[in-house]
Design a protein around this ligand. Structure first.
Ligand SMILES: NCc1[nH]cc(CCC(=O)O)c1CC(=O)O
Length: 322
């Protein structure tokens, strides 16, 4: 008899046969996300963990640690090898931080399953007391995110931003060594890693709009793999899907260059989506932001409309590729 579980109803298992191979990067956050996916699948189908195999894949982005990401070549840096493994059958599903995912997937793959979204806010992290507003004049802040860097400089042109790569542990070490006074991380990552010892102040959306898809886990599969399709349908979170549809359409329409800092967030209010977006010059000297509301059933139109609105207000030289 099926027993209820923390994720709700149980489902009949499509085809048990072989273990479902779950591909992931090997970073602590990526592994936590893969374990969460496995836990949800095994709960919803009442399957033992052995029915799933976690396959760790090293990507170019994981191998090159000494250079800023944009120098190595932007898009797909953390996904190419994983998508190759999906295509050649080495894995059956791939678990991703949606924030890092290109807006379009390779032919033959589909990315339309999302787990319930975590906290979407950024976290201000510093060994000193206080939040962003308490940063002294001229303080040094570490970040390798183009978006956070531009937003920060837009609000506080007096600050100095230095490049900060590496995992949470590396960044905390840099803070304790005094390389920077503070840094920014996603609340979602800190929460998923259960890093309760890292002192953080949540940055409200009004102060700093997060990256598109921040806090969302997405699961990719082969388009013709029926077993994976059925299994993933059972753990998909509809509200997260509707929000990401709006945010990712917004990004897709704007995404001519990874040199352009972009922020975007959709919230669901009943049957309505509320989408906010911001584009900035990399040095923070100019910011263009806006918002639109529309039916939750058509996030795509909403995302495209807000992007068109911001593009219409942007000077010709705003995007470096123009
Ligand atoms: N670009 C790296 C990345 N990709 C996803 C997260 C955090 C988790 C998330 O937003 O889902 C992070 C690190 C960070 O921004 O602190």
């Amino acid at each position: 008899m099926d027993s209820a579980n923390q994720f709700g109803m149980t489902h009949p298992m499509p085809t048990p046969a072989e273990p479902l191979k779950i591909g992931t990067r090997g970073s602590p956050l990526a592994l936590a996300q893969a374990y969460e996916t496995r836990a949800r699948l095994s709960a919803v189908f009442s399957l033992p963990e052995e029915a799933f195999e976690i396959v760790v894949i090293k990507t170019t982005g994981d191998k090159v640690l000494d250079r800023p990401l944009k120098e190595i070549g932007g898009k797909g840096l953390f996904t190419r090898e994983i998508e190759d493994a999906l295509l050649d059958g080495g894995i059956d599903i791939a678990v991703h931080s949606m924030k890092d995912m290109p807006t379009l997937q390779p032919e033959g793959l589909i990315l339309d399953t999302y787990l319930p979204r975590e906290d979407t806010r950024d976290a201000f992290v510093s060994p000193f007391p206080g939040g962003m507003a308490d940063l002294p004049q001229g303080a040094v802040v570490g970040s390798s995110s183009l978006r956070r860097r531009a937003q920060l400089l837009n609000r506080r042109p007096d600050l100095q931003v230095v490049e900060f790569r590496g995992n949470v542990q590396t960044r905390m070490k840099k803070l304790s060594e005094g390389v920077a006074r503070a840094t920014f991380l996603a609340m979602a990552g800190l929460n998923r890693l259960k890093m309760d010892d890292v002192a953080r102040v949540a940055v409200e959306h009004e102060e700093m709009l997060p990256a598109v898809a921040q806090g969302a886990i997405g699961i990719e599969r082969r388009i013709d793999d029926q077993r994976a399709e059925e299994m993933l349908a059972a753990i998909h979170d509809g509200p997260t899907g509707r929000r990401l549809m709006a945010e990712r359409s917004f990004l897709l329409r704007l995404d001519g260059s990874c040199e352009t800092p972009i922020a975007g967030l959709a919230l669901l209010e009943g049957d309505e989506l509320w989408l906010r977006g911001e584009i900035l010059r990399p040095d923070g000297s100019e910011s263009i932001s806006g918002e639109l509301r529309g039916p939750a059933s058509d996030g795509q139109a909403l995302g495209l409309a807000l992007a068109a609105e911001l593009l219409g207000r942007a000077p010709k030289d705003f995007f470096s590729w123009r």
